[in-house]
Ligand binder design. Structure first.
Ligand code: GRF
Length: 208
């Protein structure tokens, strides 16, 4: 049973998917804390409804982005978190977090990385004219949306797609593959080999 901390900035539908999967036993783990950098993030309400501690940490209260990340790391370490999930968290993770949770931070991004990193991936996909879009769950490193890839799912881009219809189609897949990736982590079945993540048939001792 792993202890999960989730960082959000907004609606939190991926948080909800993880909470639901934990409740239904599809993830052998428990969300123990949800932290938002925005006071009005609806995901904080989702956490409270699920009986999970919900904390707003205001970046404006800290002199630097590093100091902010140090505060986040301390909150998560104090709750014995094993895995940190970024779920619509709109900030780059800095050194204090990466040092506190080496290879223990996951992110979901709404594109088939390495295509369209950064903001508005769906808009980038539409503007570029790709015929296939999708989403990616990956380990987080110091770069923007560029750590080793765990799972991806593809969806078609349809002729009459708008930003909203494409976003909704991708989100269905996000809510499917993010809990799945968290469970693979919980089972100790993810092994990072350079840029590649090997998914083991059997958990191996010492892997995470
Ligand atoms: C998702 O599209 C996710 O891929 C991206 O931010 C969005 C968050 O949505 N990182 P939600 O807050 O989980 O609904």
């Amino acid at each position: 049973m792993i202890r999960i901390g989730v960082l959000i900035s907004g609606n939190g539908t991926n948080l909800q998917a993880i909470l639901d999967a934990c409740r239904e036993g599809r993830i052998d783990g428990e969300v123990v804390v949800v932290i938002s950098d925005r006071a009005d993030a609806y995901g904080l309400e989702r956490a409270r409804r699920a009986g999970v501690e919900a904390i707003h940490v205001d970046p404006g209260d800290y002199p630097t982005r590093t100091a902010f990340d140090r505060a986040l790391a301390e909150l998560l370490l104090a709750r014995n978190v094993d895995l940190v999930c970024l779920a619509g968290y709109m900030r780059l993770v800095r050194k204090p977090m990466l040092t506190a949770f080496p290879n223990r931070i996951l992110n979901i991004h709404p594109s088939l990385l390495p295509a369209f990193p950064g903001l508005d991936a769906q808009g980038q996909a539409l503007a570029y004219g790709v015929k296939v879009a999708g989403c990616t769950v990956h380990f987080v490193n110091e770069g923007m949306d560029e750590g080793p890839i765990i799972l991806q799912a593809a969806v078609p881009v349809l002729e009459d797609d708008t930003h909203e219809t494409l976003r909704a189609r991708i989100q269905v897949e996000e809510h499917r593959i993010y809990p799945r990736a968290v469970q693979l982590f919980a089972e100790g079945r993810l092994r990072i080999e350079g840029r590649r993540v090997r998914i083991l048939d059997q958990p191996q001792k010492g892997d995470s």
